[in-house]
Design a protein around this ligand. Structure first.
Ligand code: XMP
Length: 521
């Protein structure tokens, strides 16, 4: 039941809408933990809330989350997992340009359910070699297609022979020969490859792997029955994959404002590379730098807008209304907001610059509304509650640390004292800048030049898959929206009421005075 006028106006004195709240705190920079959101009368169940967000014409996500363009976060595997969940990945640029083109192609050509580059064995390897590989890479499977030097299918090494007792046998002696292996020609996959594979498994009881070959009988992929079953179950999921108009997964890529040997913007190189990315189907380009309110970034955005009038452009990073207005004026559709909030960032310590994230988002949102562009809250998000708070002002969030421990992030798992970790480093850390990201921070990649790193190298504990991490985050976002009676993200922005939290209030917000049990959540 809705409340009386009197109690409504009492609440209004304490729980303020964004304008009244942030203007009252114009003398202090606030971030996620500094505020909390008031609950409101609700007729909305969390499970019924909609999380769709349009960031630009032609760029709509089913969940408003983007994985950071960092070399320890987003390559094609991460971007595929994000898009399959309705989100977006931005491929980083710390790699040769040719490789970034291939990474985008991998996402755009991804056939869900088909493992396009299965781990293979060759006939002259020993079964012991395969066992070592499984152990080293921590594979959860032990069936391998066997190919010759030209990639031609020779057979299948079934899991029941990949055992220590056969370690000294050659793969050639133990494989199921080509003639007995079920395959499908790539061109017979049809419009719905999942349905084709599903029919195959139904028609062939006991067969759990289906190999795909090309006209020359070269291995082109592998379906497993368990993947297909999971995908069919997930088809009823609330949040559908993020796809383009040709049903391909969405994919973004980042570029920097690269300079030539004379210190001028390398226009030809940037235009040629972005042209290549567009040809491969890239859905959005991000001009990603530490200081977006600058001439070089503005010129880059203007040049790309002119050359690619319809291409959605993300640009950043900024933390002021003027910064958003500038980039929007140059032609950006979405502006990244965040300077120094990231878990691996040291910009505020090294340069003494940057604004706590919620205050920055408030100012950015004011300008974004005026300029009809979107904003993306980039960095500093450590829990789903932060995302709910960010989405009261921003159209989407960008996260690095939350995904860096997932198996889909680049890099190997490292074991230290029995615990498993993955490397996570700032793009402004010295090794990342040497690997290519120096331009993002306005430096050259010359290792002899004196530069102050603005990021650290770190470890993240290995986490569950992107599916699992996102499921937890989405659950939290939907829960927050239910508390505010917000059925969708624009209602969340409209309804949000803020109050400042004291240090004691912050302590009260987390589990306290208990010994917490690890429940695997
Ligand atoms: P989280 O908190 O999600 O932050 O781990 C990821 C975001 O941090 C930014 N980033 C950096 N900022 N120095 C910085 O000041 C760095 O070395 C650095 N590397 C990444 C970036 O915006 C990313 O999305």
């Amino acid at each position: 039941m809705a409340a009386t006028k009197e109690s409504d106006s009492l609440d209004e004195q304490f729980y303020k809408p964004a304008d009244a709240f942030f203007r009252a705190y114009s003398h202090i920079g606030l971030t996620y933990d500094d505020v909390t959101l008031a609950t409101l009368y609700s007729e909305v169940l969390p499970k019924d809330t909609q999380l769709g967000a349009t960031l630009a014409e032609g760029l709509s996500l089913n969940i408003p989350v983007i994985s950071s363009d960092m070399d320890t976060v987003t390559e094609s595997r991460m971007a595929i997992a994000m898009a399959l969940n309705g989100a977006l990945g931005l491929i980083h640029y710390n790699m040769p340009e040719r490789e970034q083109l291939s990474e985008v192609s991998r996402v755009k050509n991804h056939v869900h359910g088909l493992i396009q580059e299965p781990i293979r064995a060759t006939p002259d390897q020993l079964i012991g070699d395969m066992l070592s590989l499984i152990e080293k890479k921590r594979f959860a499977f032990s069936t391998f297609p066997v190919v010759d030097g030209q990639g031609k299918l020779m057979g299948l090494l079934p899991s029941h022979v990949v055992k220590h007792r056969y370690a000294n046998s050659k793969v050639a002696e133990a494989l199921t020969p080509r003639a007995q292996v079920h395959t499908l020609n790539k061109k017979d996959l049809g419009h719905d490859p999942i349905a084709t594979a599903d029919r195959f498994f139904t028609d062939h009881p006991g067969i759990h792997k289906l190999l795909v070959v090309d006209d020359q009988d070269r291995l082109a992929g592998l379906f497993t029955m368990s993947d297909i079953e999971r995908i069919i179950q997930e088809r009823n999921a609330q949040f559908k994959p993020a796809r383009d108009s040709s049903f391909r997964l969405l994919c973004g890529a980042a570029v920097s404002a690269t300079r030539n040997a004379f210190g001028e913007l390398d226009r030809q190189r940037i235009l040629a590379h972005v042209g290549g990315l567009v040809e491969r189907g890239m859905d959005v380009v991000a001009v990603s730098t530490a200081h977006g309110h600058s001439r070089g970034v503005g010129d880059t955005v203007r040049m790309l807008r002119e050359a690619f009038p319809k291409l959605p452009i993300i640009a950043g990073n900024v933390t002021s209304a003027a910064g958003v207005e500038f980039l929007a004026g140059c032609g950006a559709n979405a502006v990244k907001v965040g300077q120094g909030p990231g878990s691996i960032c040291t910009t505020r310590i090294v340069a003494g610059v940057g604004i706590p994230q919620l205050t920055a988002l408030y100012l950015a949102e004011k300008a974004a509304r005026k300029m009809h562009v979107s904003i993306i809250a980039d960095g500093g998000i450590t829990k789903s509650g932060d995302i709910v708070k960010a989405l009261t002002l921003a159209n989407a969030v960008m996260c690095g640390g939350l995904f860096a421990g997932c198996p889909e992030a680049p890099g190997e798992v490292i074991e230290i004292s029995g615990k498993l970790y993955k490397r996570y480093r700032g793009m402004g850390s010295l090794p990342a800048m040497k690997a290519g990201s120096a331009a993002r921070y306005g430096h050259t990649a010359d290792p002899t030049s004196k530069v102050a790193p603005e990021g650290v190298e770190a470890l993240k504990e290995v986490s569950g898959s992107v599916d699992r991490v996102l499921a937890q985050l989405i659950g939290g976002i939907q829960s927050g929206m239910g508390y505010l009676g917000a059925a969708n993200l624009s209602q969340l922005r409209e309804k949000a009421r803020f109050i400042r939290v004291s240090p004691a209030g912050q302590r009260e917000a987390a589990p306290h005075d208990v010994v917490e049990l690890k429940t695997g959540n």
